[in-house]
Design a protein around this ligand. Structure first.
Ligand SMILES: [Zn+2]
Length: 65
């Protein structure tokens, strides 16, 4: 996996996160943001932990594991 294919942004000490995919053929180049206030801490933590493997698997048919 090319490290520059995507960027995970985590702001405000992990209370807000969003994901950007820069692949030109991406159908969902921006995911989120998810926030602790709106979505809950568990959701934000899961997003941060999973999005970098979940997004390529869901939208690009790839796995990083
Ligand atoms: Zn993508």
């Amino acid at each position: 996996m090319n490290a520059f294919d995507s960027v995970l942004h985590v702001d405000l000490e992990g209370k807000r996160a969003r994901y950007e995919c820069v692949r030109p053929d991406c159908p969902q180049p921006r995911v989120g943001p998810v926030t602790v206030l709106r979505d809950g801490l568990d959701t934000v933590r899961a997003f941060i932990a999973d999005i970098r493997s979940q997004h390529p698997a869901q939208y690009h048919g790839e796995t990083t594991k």
